[in-house]
Design a protein around this ligand. Structure first.
Ligand SMILES: [Ca+2]
Ligand SMILES: [Ca+2]
Ligand SMILES: [Ca+2]
Ligand SMILES: [Ca+2]
Length: 333
């Protein structure tokens, strides 16, 4: 194909080139590539291999198109399908895949069209698309002298470490905030990560999230903060759980959780006092609740909060958090 003489494209962008319809003829992308501009036609499949990534770093890959409904696949080094994404959220047709870069530093990807979940070219979608790759490592958590930015009023996650689909929301979300103008939203929609990765992130034992007992945890989002506290200090926060699962004939039991010293469920889809959520993107909510924990022994603690999909990652749930506060008991003289 013709060389693109334009210098307007950033160096990290390449144009897809045919033939690339099979794993054997996949297009090799040089290291440092983060964007591929591609074209899909009816029955077309576009295979890529991206090399030179930092092994063990986390990645998210997504495919955006203005004209068609894309499907994205991740393949192992033999070309077998590891996972396939069609839609990443209830209100989006964008496929997103996430994970850990394998030790060889390579990702094998395939772009197809709805509803070619087997990646065999069985579709009638066509148009241009953009495949975007991000890879990153999580910062080493630092120890804060107390809870920092528990109000989320800095309008970002200063003081927190985050993974997955997290955002700062205002009253425009349709619920809350319960404290001033900003709150945190964790969601199972979008670029979420596997339970195994969440457990590593939150320093939980492997299998802890499945062991909650709601079923096989698939993917989710979490935030954490490590801080020092004295015996008797009281940690509190406000939360509101949202789900679309309750509107399903056979709902999966998505849940939200807190971990501090140990892991416990905040609430799941089977909550009894369900309230129809008229103003948000979700069908149901618990309404705002308060969590409280008394620090048993002075020392360093990590607070983790999360929301996860159980069974599959088709129907979304979310968790609003605000007003995370560590209250010290005044010392007696
Ligand atoms: Ca193509
Ligand atoms: Ca192709
Ligand atoms: Ca707030
Ligand atoms: Ca779900």
């Amino acid at each position: 194909m013709a060389e693109n003489s334009s210098s307007s494209q950033p160096a990290s962008t390449v144009t897809e080139s045919e033939p690339n319809n099979s794993f054997a003829t996949k297009q090799s992308l040089p290291s440092g590539i983060s964007t591929v501009n591609g074209q899909l036609s009816s029955s077309d499949l576009d295979f890529f291999t991206i090399s030179g990534l930092n092994s063990e770093s986390l990645f998210t890959v997504e495919v955006n198109s203005d004209t068609f409904d894309p499907v994205l696949g991740l393949l192992d080094r033999s070309g077998d399908i590891l996972s396939v994404s069609d839609d990443s959220a209830n209100n989006s047709v964008i496929p997103i895949l996430t994970g850990i870069v394998p030790t060889n530093g390579k990702l094998n990807l395939a772009v197809s069209g709805f509803m070619d979940k087997n990646l065999v070219g069985d579709h009638f979608q066509s148009g241009s698309y953009t495949l975007s790759l991000k890879s990153f490592t999580l910062p080493e958590p630092s120890v804060n002298p107390t809870i920092i930015n528990g109000s989320f009023e800095s309008s970002d996650f200063t003081g927190w470490t985050i993974i997955g689909s997290t955002s700062i929301q205002t009253s425009a979300f349709g619920s809350g905030p319960i404290e001033r103008t900003s709150q945190a939203l964790l969601s199972t929609a979008g670029a979420t990560f596997s339970d195994k990765i969440l457990e590593t992130f939150l320093e939980l034992k492997a299998g802890s999230l499945d062991n909650i007992g709601n079923g096989d945890v698939i993917q989710g989002s979490a935030i954490r903060q490590t801080f020092t506290a004295n015996a008797g200090d009281i940690l509190t926060f406000n939360w509101n759980f949202f789900t679309n699962e309750g509107a399903q004939v056979f709902p999966f039991n998505d849940f939200s959780f807190v971990s501090i010293s140990s892991l416990s469920e905040l609430v799941d889809v089977m909550f009894s006092s369900s309230v129809t959520s008229l103003t948000t993107q979700f069908f149901e909510e618990t309404g705002f609740q308060t969590f409280s924990f008394t620090i048993p022994i002075g020392g360093t603690y990590t607070l983790g909060l999360g929301v996860v999909d159980v069974g599959d990652n088709t129907i979304d749930s979310g968790l609003l958090v605000d007003n995370v506060t560590l209250t010290s008991i005044p010392s007696t003289i």
